[in-house]
Design a protein around this ligand. Structure first.
Ligand SMILES: Cc1ncc(COP(=O)(O)O)c(C=O)c1O
Length: 352
């Protein structure tokens, strides 16, 4: 057999990342922070009843989607790019601003794709840890860590998997400390948190904010997100983005989704009520956990974290073991109060 073709060194060095996404259908999915009920039925109805042959035949046209999203977010159409999920937002930002060897500042633990796209681009990844005691954001360390070489700072707010968040004053501190770096505030869990950096965009040319339809909106399979920044930045990012990266089904689906905001608000209210029940359930059982600003809770299962995950899976309940990042921790998604009750029923059987 001939030798395989050698990839770029940046790719050769990367550790493979393959989240456990197989075999999840039909189970209670409390493992990926998705909407645990499903997207608005209006979205499915729209696709089933209104989709035309022509819409699938021609290359996607985004004008109507762009207008609907601009209305929904209260932002000018020139202020955002529609992306194939947050993932493409991260990729486009990195490809636009980070060169081979440039430094990207990320945090640990956080969303895996920040490291992924930075490494693919050949960036030098520098990582700062969330504070061990309460998993709060290491704000003071950021100001010390920023240098001339820092070209991007990627922050999940609220952060996955810790659930902790920073306020806008801290966001501004980072923006001021790194005026030459593209600062991404990834607001994938905004709907559960309610604080957004979108209104700071006018004041900071180095601010980028991403949103997604994968979480509260229940459309992870569709792969749609938005990346906001000042108009000049968005123009550059659109140059670095494929012109058809969001497929037409997704572009149509988000139009239907933003018209049914009530559905999402209702789901968020349920998830927040479930989160309270999860706190209460952990307290009652003496299980240590971190309070969260998102639709998931990280808790300590100690040495039995993988046994808890496996035992729950056998009972049809999926959670995510995060021990590889913070020893002994497991993350559970807050869906509905009924689902939280089902989670504890199964947990009581496996927690020995
Ligand atoms: C912080 C954060 N950003 C983004 C995403 C996923 O984004 P998308 O599905 O929009 O690519 C996740 C999903 O787990 C996440 O935790």
């Amino acid at each position: 057999m001939a030798e395989p073709l050698k990839p770029r060194p940046a790719v050769e060095k990367m550790a493979p990342y393959s989240p456990p996404t197989a075999g999840r259908a039909g189970k209670l999915r409390l493992d990926f922070n998705e909407n645990t009920v499903g997207c608005s039925p209006a979205v499915v109805r729209f696709l089933v009843e209104k989709l035309t042959q022509e819409q699938l035949t021609i290359y996607p046209e985004y004008e109507a989607t762009r207008a609907a999203l601009a209305r929904y977010f209260g932002q000018s159409e020139l202020r955002f790019a529609i992306t194939n999920g947050t993932d493409e937002a991260i990729q486009v930002l990195v490809n636009t601003y980070v060169d081979d060897g440039d430094e990207v500042l990320i945090f640990h633990p956080s969303y895996a794709m920040y490291r992924f796209y930075s490494e693919v681009a050949g960036a030098a990844v520098r990582e700062l840890a969330y504070r061990e005691s309460d998993l709060s954001f290491p704000l003071e360390e950021v100001t010390g860590a920023v240098s001339e070489r820092t070209r991007a700072i990627l922050i999940s707010n609220p952060n996955n998997p810790t659930g902790t968040a920073i306020g806008l004053d801290a966001v501004e501190t980072v923006l001021k400390a790194a005026p030459r770096a593209a600062v991404l505030i990834d607001e994938a869990y905004f709907e559960f948190f309610g604080v957004t950096a979108l209104d700071l965009i006018d004041a900071y040319p180095n601010l980028f904010v991403s949103r997604t339809f994968s979480k509260a909106f229940g459309m992870a399979a569709m792969r749609v997100g938005c990346l906001f920044s000042q108009e000049a930045n968005v123009q550059y990012m659109r140059k670095a983005q494929s012109p058809y990266s969001v497929n037409m089904l997704a572009a149509l689906a988000v139009r239907a989704a933003v018209e049914d905001a009530a559905y999402v608000n209702d789901y968020v209210a349920n998830a927040l009520a479930a989160r309270e029940l999860i706190y209460e359930g952990f307290r009652r059982r003496g299980i240590r956990f971190y309070t969260s600003q998102a639709n998931f809770v990280l808790f300590h299962a100690g040495e039995k974290s993988s046994a808890v995950r496996d035992g729950l899976r056998e009972r049809g309940v999926l959670v995510r073991d995060r021990s590889y990042e913070i020893p002994g921790t497991v993350r559970v998604t807050a869906g509905t109060p009924e689902q939280a009750a089902r989670f504890f029923e199964a947990l009581d059987e496996v927690w020995k």
